[in-house]
Structures are given as C-alpha cells and as structure tokens.
Design a protein around this ligand. Structure first.
Ligand code: C5P
Length: 284
C-alpha cells in the first residue's frame, strides 16, 4: 500500500517571544497559517526492516538529521513496528527558509504512517509525538490558521481568514533558527501585540490585521541580512497590504488583496530576488 500526504508550508502572521524558559526555549505566541505551496510525502512498505529516504532535492540529509527519518523512527520504536518503510519527499518548499518545510514534512510523515501502519492515533496524539521532534511540528499536524503558544506545543484553531494572494521571496542566504533566537534581546526590542492580531482576525477586520502583524525575530535577522528590509519595502511600494519576514527567516511574504496586485508584486520582486513564489493562503 502507498499513502501520499500533502505537507504545506506555513507563514507567521505574528511571532512574539515572551521570555526564555528554564529549558532554554522561548515561550512564544504566534499566529500561523498554511500557504498553497506544498511538499508531498509518499510512504510505502519496504522489504528490509529499515527506513529508506529518497528525495528530488539535493539539499536534504537522508539520515537521522532529517525530521522525516526521526518521525518514522519514533513511531517504529514507540509502537514496536517491525516492518521497514520507504519515504519519498517531493520537495517544493524552499529549505531552511522560515516556512516550516522540514516540520511540515515530519508532520505529514506522522499522519501518513499512522494510516499505513493503522496505528489509530488521533491528531492530538500525533501532535504530542511531533513535539518531541521539533517545536513547529505540532502546528503542522493540524495546519490552517492557528494561535500557537508555549514552545510551539499548544495549538488552537482560530477563525480562518480570507484566502488572500501571497508572494513569497526567499533570499539566497538562509538563517539558522537557533542563531536567531540566541541573538534575541527581548528586553530591548519592540514586541508585536499577538492578542490584538488575533482579535482582529476573530472580527475579520483585515485592515486591523495588516496593521497588527509583526515578528519579534525580524530585527535580529535584518541586522544580518539587510536585503530583508529592502524586499519588504519593495513589496509595500508595489501595493502589498502587509509584508513581513516568516519565522526566523529568511523568507519575506507580502499579502495582497487580489491576484492583479499579487502579480504586480511578484513581477517587481522577481527582478530583485530570484526565488519568488506566487501563492495563496490555504484556508479550508
Ligand atoms: O524545536 P526546534 O528544534 O525546531 O527549534 C530550533 C531552535 O529554535 C532551537 O534549538 C532553539 O534554539 C530555538 N527555539 C527556541 N524557542 C522555541 C522554539 C525554538 O528558542 N520556542
């Protein structure tokens, strides 16, 4: 049997870090939303008792360093699965980009293997297993629009927003997440109001939502990569309603009211940055 799962990318409409916890992780408040740019994960039985990873991307490790491998390994160990598995990652989401591509592949693998091995786990159980692998994995189990808190393990579905057109621009340089968090000085930085952002979404007041979007990690990354600010400025000058860095970067996204405006932003950014995607927010 073969199971195929879609693994959508996410963007953060808001990220705030409240304080650093005793375990070293930051206590976060985030609004996440899926975008219509997805990897595909295919799982099927493998004749030998091992995990075989394959991908069309040259950038991915095919061992324990890959979160997909860790997902398969965790389920095999926890549920004493003795058969082997082959997992194929059809990669479309830019790697190390702040779009949770690796976490979404991991979440899709957990969902797919739950079906392949008929484990009967609920999404809550899969999210809790995913939290052992990475902070963004619990959100990626559910996808869509969510308020995410804690280290990333508390996921609350929130009202879906309109499927706005979105332009993603990934600068050539990537930004390792851990180094961005390490450089964060939360007492001397401006914090977005994630609760006001959430309230605007709940009221479907999109003008207010655009104003309240913010990412506490942005200034740290911009200091190292000033082109992020440039991309934001260009997107806004071309008519995007809001432009923000996603996660710890380095992808910048612009949200547009309609397709014409989004195409205008897409074409304008294309001349400045080579890796650009025209997509939509994914709402169910
Ligand atoms: O959990 P994950 O391995 O995806 O996190 C990557 C890095 O991001 C961590 O090593 C940590 O430095 C940082 N992080 C954090 N606080 C969070 C989530 C991630 O400091 N809540």
């Amino acid at each position: 049997m073969e199971i195929i799962e879609k693994a959508p990318a996410k963007i953060n409409l808001g990220v705030d870090a409240l304080y650093q916890r005793d375990d070293g992780y930051y206590e976060l408040e985030m609004v996440m939303i899926s975008v219509d740019l997805s990897d595909h994960i295919t799982v099927c039985d493998f004749p030998e008792p091992k995990i075989q990873l394959k991908t069309n991307s040259g950038f991915l490790p095919l061992d324990r360093k890959n979160l997909v491998y860790r997902a398969a390994e965790l389920l095999m160990e926890r549920f004493a699965v003795s058969t082997g598995v082959a997992v194929e990652i059809d990669k479309r989401i830019p790697v190390a980009a702040g779009l949770a591509g690796g976490s979404s592949d991991c979440a899709a693998t957990l969902r797919a293997l739950n079906k392949l091995w008929q484990l009967g786990l609920t999404l809550e159980e899969l999210a809790s297993l995913g939290a052992e692998i990475g902070s963004d994995v619990p959100y990626c189990i559910y996808g869509n629009t969510a308020f995410v808190s804690g280290r990333g393990e508390f996921v609350e579905k929130i009202t879906n927003i309109k499927p706005f057109w979105t332009v993603l621009a990934k600068p050539p340089k990537s930004m390792p997440t851990a180094s961005v968090f390490q450089a964060l000085d939360i007492d001397h930085i401006s914090h977005p109001n994630i609760h006001a952002l959430r309230e605007a979404i709940d009221k479907q007041d999109f003008e207010q939502m655009f104003k309240k979007m913010g990412n506490v990690l942005e200034s740290v990354t911009i200091e190292r990569m000033p082109e992020i600010q440039k991309i934001k400025n260009i997107m806004l000058s071309l008519g995007a309603k809001a432009a923000l860095m996603s996660g710890s970067g380095s992808t910048v996204f612009g949200i547009c009211e309609n397709q014409t405006q989004a195409k205008h932003v897409f074409n304008g950014i294309k001349g400045f940055n080579s890796e650009v995607y025209l997509t939509r927010l994914l709402v169910n």
